[in-house]
Design a protein around this ligand. Structure first.
Ligand SMILES: Nc1ncnc2c1ncn2[C@@H]1O[C@H](COP(=O)(O)OP(=O)(O)OP(=O)(O)O)[C@@H](O)[C@H]1O
Length: 247
């Protein structure tokens, strides 16, 4: 396909594990600043789609273009460098470092235009740490050891660590699992803010949360798209009710 304005263009994507197609000829497009949620029953292929985008799993067939660049041939590290960030379900923060230090170590090395001018870089990193800490609601916790944060705060910190790299696409697998109702609301606000200037792709089972964040919803079933559109439209879809929402 020729160049497009989509941040992510997935076309005819298939991955087969010993003949079993976990993702089957999938085509989907994500716009700039779009917040897309992928829903669907267990085993539908949702996590596998994220694994394929971030290069953890290699496709059998098809194309994944991120800002018009083909990702399927790149390594996981190269894909991160292109600007794709992924958060897994379990937080992978440094428990014995402070919130500040966790954010600081996540700043990409060599990003600074000042190169070896150490003091300039330090100021630049610091500014970014404070900006992100405010975004993830942890300004008052910067000196706290990460181990002492609540479960929800740890999840936000990990989102913040990804934001330090300024990805153009952020992918999150069940970001509110295990969170309190208040933390879920705050996470919805956070993701809405984040998608003001980047695209976000979320897998989620919590439909109340999905309603609060999704611009559009893609329903996966047996590796294929069952339905796609705004949440209020998708939740009225008979096929979707039958295989997923009605359960
Ligand atoms: N590396 C692999 N090797 C073999 N089969 C796999 C592999 N990864 C995923 N699968 C299979 O592919 C199917 C899709 O799994 P996937 O984890 O993507 O589903 P999911 O929609 O994320 O489900 P859940 O909601 O339970 O997380 C499952 O049947 C799974 O067993």
């Amino acid at each position: 396909m020729s160049n497009t304005d989509f941040v992510l263009a997935i076309e005819d994507l298939t991955v087969s594990f010993d003949g079993f197609k976990a993702v089957d000829n999938l085509t989907m497009y994500i716009d700039r600043n779009e917040l897309r949620v992928v829903i669907g029953p267990n085993g539908a292929g949702k996590t596998t789609v994220l694994d394929l985008i971030c290069g953890k799993t290699k496709s059998t067939n098809g194309s994944i273009k991120f800002m018009n660049k083909e990702l399927t041939k790149l390594s996981e590290h190269e894909i991160v460098r292109e600007g794709v960030g992924r958060k897994f379900q379990t937080p992978s923060i440094y428990e014995n470092l402070s919130v500040y230090q966790n954010l600081e170590v996540s700043y990409p090395k060599g990003r600074s235009v000042w190169g070896s001018l150490f003091f300039k870089r330090t100021a630049e990193v610091k500014e970014q740490v404070f900006k992100i800490a405010e975004e993830i609601m942890l300004t008052n916790f910067l000196d706290m050891e990460a181990a002492l944060l609540s479960h929800g705060q740890k999840q936000w910190l990990e989102i913040g660590m990804l934001l330090m790299q300024d990805p153009q696409l952020l992918m999150l697998d069940e970001p509110v699992a295990g969170m309190s109702a208040k933390e879920r609301d705050q996470t919805a606000e956070l993701l809405n803010k984040i998608s003001n200037n980047r695209s976000v792709l979320v897998i989620e089972h919590d439909m109340e949360f999905v309603k609060k964040i999704a611009h559009k919803v893609t329903v996966l079933h047996q590796g294929k798209i069952l339905a796609e559109g705004p949440m209020d439209q998708v939740q009225e879809d008979e096929k979707v009710i039958e295989v997923y929402l009605g359960h």
